[in-house]
Design a protein around this ligand. Structure first.
Ligand code: AMP
Length: 214
């Protein structure tokens, strides 16, 4: 099962993607996580990506596409995967489709976690991310049982630079301009499924599993 998760930054698609990956035993591939790991490890890619991410801008396609296509060639992707945060532009989606077509494959589902802009800014300011493993929490909707430390690895939780209110509005603008056109793109392919992302996290998950099947 090959799934693309769509939705504005802060819509909760990362949380849902991890839950889906665990239920269906497929890898969760998040370009944001890959970039953050590169930043943490001080790689060249990380240095380049950081300058865009901190401004709320997209990392250029030429730094992003090959990274994902290479990742999809790994053995663990044989039975499918869930893409979280990729594609984010039409050229990225076209490059993905072209790479899949070469293998005689195609995406099965594009799931849009739909949340209106007005809900997003308040949500994002409550988001906390682990500096160790990248796990995400929300101070109201999904708090860590260990306070300001990560439940998984115990490292400190922080408000990411790109989740600060001044950056969030810019990320939303970027989303509407560059990523939202993907909704039409996947609607035309007949694989778009929208779920109401304003519901409780577990209800969103139930809506998604109803679409994907048991
Ligand atoms: P995320 O964790 O998915 O919200 O991503 C955080 C940031 O990483 C985004 O705001 C972008 O700057 C960058 N990023 C992640 N995925 C992509 C992508 N597919 N294309 C371009 N930039 C990306």
């Amino acid at each position: 099962m090959k799934i693309v998760m769509l939705g504005a930054p802060g819509a909760g698609k990362g949380t849902q993607a991890k839950m889906i990956a665990s239920k269906y035993q497929i890898p969760h591939i998040s370009t944001g996580d890959i970039f953050r790991a590169n930043i943490k490890n001080g790689t060249e890619l990380g240095k380049k990506a950081k300058s865009y991410m901190d401004q709320g801008l997209l990392v250029p396609d030429e730094l992003t596409v090959d990274l994902v296509i290479d990742r999809l060639a790994n053995d663990d992707c044989k039975n499918g995967y869930i893409l979280d945060g990729f594609p984010r532009t039409i050229p990225q989606a076209e490059a993905l489709d072209a790479a899949l077509a070469k293998l005689g494959e195609k995406m099965d589902y594009a799931i849009d976690v739909d949340v209106p802009d007005e809900n997003i800014v308040s949500r994002m300011s409550g988001r906390r991310a682990c500096t160790g493993c990248g796990a995400t929490y929300h101070i109201v909707y999904n708090p860590s049982k260990k306070g300001d430390c990560c439940e998984v690895c115990g490292e400190k939780l922080i408000l990411r630079d790109d989740d600060k209110p001044e950056t969030v509005q810019k990320r939303l603008n970027v989303y509407h301009e560059q990523t939202q056109p993907l909704i039409d793109y996947y609607t035309k392919q007949g694989i778009l499924k929208a779920v109401d992302g304003t519901q409780d996290m577990n209800d969103v998950f139930t809506a998604i599993t109803n679409i994907l099947g048991a």
